[in-house]
Design a protein around this ligand. Structure first.
Ligand code: DC
Length: 227
């Protein structure tokens, strides 16, 4: 099947909007592949940290983006494991440090181009659910269905707070809220691929909504596809 005929559903939005959980659930219901594009940026951030690269050295970061090998391995029922240069880095990728590094390197245009074809290669039959910031605007502008998920910054901070607390990480709600607002501002104001909804995206506000309800709303957009 020509790649452009393989269906794609894009789910973009800021961190904490529920994108990851909802995208994975939708992909599982459709029996489609899943692309966690944020994990690619985080993987480069983590690999840059391992190599002790300076986050201001764009040239080194671009080389790092080309060289970093990222693999995804399904984990029965849970989040897929992410291998960075052969090491299981799933937990490290989720840290605030990795998120901040990812956000900083994601602002470098050559890093974004280095990862472009890698993301498009996930478009495989029978279909793809692509989760990120610029899936509907830049990577898969011809996607059949585009969703932009939002949630209030306060609710996103609370969700993150609960996740981290469950993992035993000590953080304050206030600190998280400040980080989320700073990251939103950086992701929305960068010159390349800023976080914004595609013109043809359906916006869904997940504030106060359960996961299942949002999953159903997304699936309803893909007629005849929900199993
Ligand atoms: O979705 P996430 O929190 O795992 O993403 C981490 C960072 O990577 C986020 O701050 C912005 C960047 N990112 C991006 O610029 N484009 C994407 N498609 C996905 C993530």
């Amino acid at each position: 099947m020509p790649e452009s005929n393989i269906p794609v559903l894009t789910i973009d939005g800021p961190s904490g909007s529920g994108k990851g959980t909802i995208s994975r659930a939708v992909a599982a219901r459709l029996g489609w592949h899943y692309l966690d594009s944020g994990a690619l940026y985080r993987a480069v951030g983590v690999a840059a940290g391992w190599a002790d690269l300076d986050l201001d050295d764009a040239g080194a970061l671009v080389r790092c983006a080309f060289d970093t090998v990222v693999g995804f391995r399904d984990d029965a029922g849970g989040e897929p494991r992410v291998l960075v240069n052969g090491h299981d880095a799933t937990d490290e990728l989720r840290t605030e440090t990795a998120g901040a590094a990812a956000s900083a390197i994601a602002a470098i245009p050559e890093v974004r181009s280095a990862l472009k074809e890698r993301q498009r290669a996930f478009r495989q039959a029978p279909g793809l659910v692509a989760d990120g910031r610029d899936m509907g605007t830049v990577i898969f502008p011809d996607a059949g269905w585009k969703v932009f998920l939002t949630a209030s910054a306060e609710e996103r901070a609370e969700r993150r707070y609960k996740q981290l607390k469950d993992k035993g990480v000590s953080v304050t709600l206030d600190g998280l809220l400040r980080e989320i607002l700073a990251r939103d501002a950086r992701d929305a104001s960068r010159a390349v691929a800023p976080l914004r909804p595609a013109e043809d995206a359906v916006r869904i506000d997940t504030t106060g909504q359960g996961i299942e309800a949002v999953v159903e709303r997304v699936l309803a957009l893909v007629p005849g596809r929900a199993g």
